[in-house]
Design a protein around this ligand. Sequence first.
Ligand SMILES: [Zn+2]
Length: 376
Amino acid sequence: MELSIQLFTGSAVNPDNINTQDILNKLEMICDRTKISGAYIGWNKDADVSVIIDYLKKKGTDIYFWLPVFSELSLLTEFEPLIGIDGKKIEKVYDSGSDELFVFCCPANPKNVKLAIEVFEKHYDNGIYDGIFLDKIRYPSFIGGLGTITSCYCDYCCSTFDLPAENELLYTDIKNPMGISKYTDLRYEMAPAYQKLFNIKAQAVYNSLERLCSYFKGRGYKICLDLFAPAVAFFVGQDYHKLLELTDIVKPMLYNKTNAPAGLPFEIGAYAGSFDSIVENAIARRNHFTRITGYDDKDFIKKEIEGINTIIRQNGLKTRLHAGIEINYVKNIAPVTDQYIKDSVINVKEADGIIASWNLNTMPESNIKCLLDAIG
Ligand SMILES: [Zn+2]
């Protein structure tokens, strides 16, 4: 099983405190046991990680630049905004208390794809990378509530897509407002208007990624996509059936311990907490969701992996599946334990590789050792 690592160097404008020697020690600890196939590093524009990159290159590791496409780069340029169904601009969708912004722009508008490429060329394109790691290639999730899910209704989106009208999205069943009836083959069946909305989002994200990937492929870069776990990806416009053909490596974020965006418990909690503020209703929505998806079953992660592998196999794709699991430890946000790491490795054993996520800088050596032991 291949092993890769992620290293967060700070927001676009504020570099994180990175102790080069500390990172090198961790890398050496891994390299003593196994090869590091890829390193995903980003996205501060001034961080000096040249010593780390030199070390990895000598070890034969592919270096990917970690680019947050439709969020975070707004610190470096002005994107076309994301507009809600009420016609108003959607501002910050979540306050992480960290440097991450969680301000999304319209992921459908080709102007924003062009702007993201311009930002890459202006600030990051220094010729040292083997690949590009595309993150935040999505619409915002339920974390901003139903008001952010019913997006984007900007001029471009309204004139390009046949978006559902507000009255079509009204709901009566508060326990299952979107009428979700099935989760099969990594896709949902639900009430027609919601189905239509999510299908449009999936098409929009695919269109934008097709443009982005063709640009980076044309430049000779390998491509890795950072996607939500399939059961929540559908709600942000990421359809594995469409996206897998575009990429060399797919990294599903199978974060089952993370109480922050992209973490399964957090995203499912955000879905349950949307639509109204009555606790009993949120519990009922969560219960319905887990009944349909099997989220509470112990083989849930295994089935997500199996679903991705099935699509790859059925379409004869060469895409490699590298599961993203949390190995870092962040108090209250990612309280990763040894047992969790061991279970995760077993759950993803049918993947081609593991990406030790999401930040080598906050990864205790004890967690790295546990991971290496579990991989064997
Ligand atoms: Zn739009």
